[in-house]
Design a protein around this ligand. Structure first.
Ligand code: DQA
Length: 147
């Protein structure tokens, strides 16, 4: 059974109350439950983690080797700043999908820069919590299951 790590970066623990006009009112716990149900219905295993710390996210990416077949990464603001996260994705050589709730290209110009996109299979943004489910389906297709 294929396994996907869904990894969430800084401030995403505050979803539900954080700038709801930008990120919606769905909490991260709600998103995890949606992802677990969506993955289970497709015969996939998932891991679901959040950290506000860059090093912890890097450790989680390293630990994914041998445990997971792909990574869905919403790196939050680290998307725009972290060469170390980009290097971690390259280092483990697992397929990664960059994910954002908001459409980062319709926002401030500093959000148009992504270090993760350089090493990602693809990018999904702008679909809110639904984007997590789209990313699961995209990863499933990439890994050779039905797309
Ligand atoms: C985000 C977009 C980032 O620019 C921002 O820093 C976040 C959330 C999103 O999911 O839309 O923290 O990754």
């Amino acid at each position: 059974m294929a396994s996907i790590l869904i990894l969430n970066g800084p401030n995403l623990n505050l979803l539900g109350t954080r700038q709801p006009e930008v990120y919606g009112t769905t909490t991260l716990a709600d998103i995890e439950a949606m992802c677990r149900a969506h993955a289970a219905a497709r015969g996939l295993e998932i891991g679901f983690l959040q950290s506000n710390h860059e090093g912890a996210l890097i450790d989680a990416i390293h630990a994914a080797r041998g445990c997971h077949d792909g990574i869905i990464l919403n790196a939050g603001a680290y998307t725009h700043s972290s060469v170390a996260l980009m290097d971690a994705i390259s280092a483990v050589a697992l397929p990664a999908i960059e994910l954002h709730l908001s459409n980062i290209h319709a926002r401030e110009s500093f959000r148009h820069v992504s270090h993760i996109a350089r090493v990602a299979v693809g990018v999904i943004c702008g679909f809110g919590a639904q984007g997590y489910l789209l990313a699961i389906d995209a990863m499933r297709g990439h890994l050779g299951g039905a797309g």
